[in-house]
Design a protein around this ligand. Structure first.
Ligand code: KIV
Length: 272
């Protein structure tokens, strides 16, 4: 039997109350049950089953190939591992092509995984979709700034909000997503001053990533936090551990000891 004391799962109301109190929301990604349990036990308020799954788990070089079935498989695993954090699952590229398709896909995610919310990348064009999901009882997190699903359209990964036109658009998108009913908005790679300004223009929490320290919450890809990567993490990540080298050392020791302890085992077939 588990020694873990069950604790109540956080809700969207708890997240709203945290914002009211000025308490920072700590969010991390997880993609499987073991990591979700560890992230949950360590106190994360929200866990994102991000479509960064494509990059850090499935070995793709972007999030575009990730399917709804991939997201559902991994979100269900995270749900089995995490007991307290509010769980948010990304709707992947191609799952939000119109409001009705997005609704059908969001309902499938909620029914088949048990997560509490979905996240949708995109600004003004996603407002009717967010409205439709919210009207049908789906809790939605918005995501603006650098939206990796639009990498080809945007022409790469870079900071957003540097010029006045881009800043104006981001302000407008944040307001529109809040009005549409999103309960939080991820600001990815938005210039820190603009991210702070947007944060203070909304009552729902902004969750920053690569957007400075003045958002109402922060999110990070778990692999970038613990140094579990084979390519360098983004410059804003500041890893707190080097799990990749722990794994490499443990495996190298295991390989060396296994070979040394056993010595050569000659191939001699025994007739029984
Ligand atoms: O997919 C993801 O992990 C994300 C975060 C980077 C916000 O969308």
């Amino acid at each position: 039997m588990s020694a873990q004391t069950p604790s109540k799962r956080l809700t969207t109301r708890d997240i709203a109350a945290m914002r009211q109190r000025g308490e920072t929301v700590a969010m991390l990604t997880a993609y499987d049950a073991t990591m979700a349990a560890l992230v949950d036990m360590a106190g994360a308020d929200m866990i994102l089953i991000g479509d960064s799954l494509g990059n850090v788990v499935l070995g793709y070089d972007s999030t575009l190939p990730v399917t709804l079935d991939d997201m559902i498989r991994h979100a269900a695993a995270v749900k089995r591992g995490a007991k307290r954090a509010l769980l948010v699952c990304d709707l992947p590229f191609g799952a939000v092509t119109d409001p009705q398709t997005a609704l059908v896909n969001a309902v499938r995610v909620l029914k088949e995984t048990g997560v509490e919310a979905v996240k949708i990348e995109g600004g003004l064009s996603m407002v009717p979709t967010v409205e439709r999901l919210v009207a049908h009882g789906v809790a939605v997190v918005g995501h603006i700034g650098l939206t990796p699903q639009h990498v080809h359209q945007m022409g790469g990964y870079y900071m957003h909000g540097k010029d006045e036109a881009s800043a104006r658009r981001l302000r407008e998108e944040a307001k529109a997503l809040e009005a549409a009913g999103a309960f939080a908005i991820v600001l990815e790679c938005v210039t820190p001053a603009l991210a702070a300004e947007i944060t203070h223009s909304l009552t729902i929490p902004t969750i920053g990533i690569g957007s400075g320290k003045d958002c109402a919450g922060q999110v990070l890809v778990i692999n970038d936090l613990i140094g579990l990567n084979i390519t360098p993490p983004p410059s804003f990540a500041r890893p707190r551990a080097d799990v990749a080298s722990v794994i490499r050392t443990a495996v190298a020791e295991y390989v060396a000891e296994t070979k040394a302890e056993r010595g050569p085992i000659p191939l001699v077939l025994r007739a029984d």
